[in-house]
Write a protein that binds this ligand. Structure first.
Ligand code: NAD
Length: 243
């Protein structure tokens, strides 16, 4: 049985991804820093290993790597855990900037570095979750958008450097999805503007993002690496700015 590790798996896109891997016959390590939410999410699911850890904490990441070490290795790593912080440049204090970078960017680097031996053992795939905010600049997203743009480039670095070990790395850029993260920062004005700007005229679902993630981790994507896939109802194709 192939093993996938999904970070930020207690809710939202990460939980939908964990469920889809299970449907497809994978075993899933569900990682999240929110212990009660993780316990609730994993309840009743077979073939899951819930792991409470913070991707921005080096000791946590080292412990996770030890738990995943084994001859069978790790067939998929989904770096999904992320936080959002919207605000004007002048109001974004350095502590807020760093907090976003520590989770959204440093967390992806830490997890990938620590799990590379396990990925090598299984010739596994990496999918990093960025955002359309990493493809388009807009107001209020100085920290979030910059962290996600860096994740897109980090994915390319991973693909180029780890390809010789049979490890593929791709990036998924979701458009807006009604998760806790998004609804904390999307005002009604932003919601309305997204509906108008997106060719499919709606937000995406967690499941629609998960479908792309699980596909990219699967054997069906065996010759796809270093790519950035916007799963956004056509928003990126419009060329217009983010609301
Ligand atoms: P969410 O807030 O619903 O879920 C995120 C999960 O990650 C939570 O369970 C949270 O506890 C966990 N998490 C946060 N920081 C963590 C850390 N340091 N260590 C371990 N776990 C941590 O968010 P979501 O909308 O499902 O977002 C998932 C990913 O998708 C994020 O990277 C986000 O930036 C990206 N994304 C979301 C949207 C959207 O509209 N929802 C759009 C584009 C990109």
């Amino acid at each position: 049985m192939r093993t996938a590790l999904v970070t930020g798996a207690a809710r939202g896109i990460g939980l939908a991804t964990a469920r889809l891997f299970l449907e497809d016959g994978w075993r899933v390590v569900m990682l999240d820093r929110d212990a009660p939410a993780l316990e609730a999410a994993a309840q009743g699911l077979d073939n899951v290993l819930p792991v409470v850890a913070d991707v921005s904490v080096g000791q946590d990441v080292a412990r996770v790597a030890q738990e995943c070490a084994g001859p069978e290795g790790l067939a998929a790593l989904v770096n999904n855990a992320g936080i959002a912080d919207f605000g004007p440049i002048e109001d974004t204090g350095f502590d807020r900037w760093r907090a976003v970078m520590e989770v959204n960017l440093d967390g992806v680097f830490r997890m990938t570095q620590a799990l590379t031996p396990a990925l090598k053992a299984a010739r596994g795939g990496i999918v990093n979750i960025a955002s359309i905010s990493g493809l388009r600049a807009s107001t209020l997203r100085v920290a979030y958008g910059t962290s996600k743009a860096a994740v897109i480039q980090l994915t390319r670095q991973q693909a180029v450097e780890l390809g010789e070990y049979g490890i593929r790395a791709n990036c998924v850029c979701p458009g807006p999805v009604r998760t806790k993260l998004a609804m904390a920062v999307h005002s009604q004005d932003i919601i309305d503007a997204y509906h108008d700007a997106i060719p499919l005229n709606r937000y995406g679902s967690e499941r629609e993002i998960a479908e792309a993630i699980v596909f990219l981790c699967s054997e069906r994507a065996s010759y796809i690496t270093g790519q950035t896939l916007a799963v956004d109802g056509g928003f990126e194709a419009t060329g217009v700015g983010l609301p």
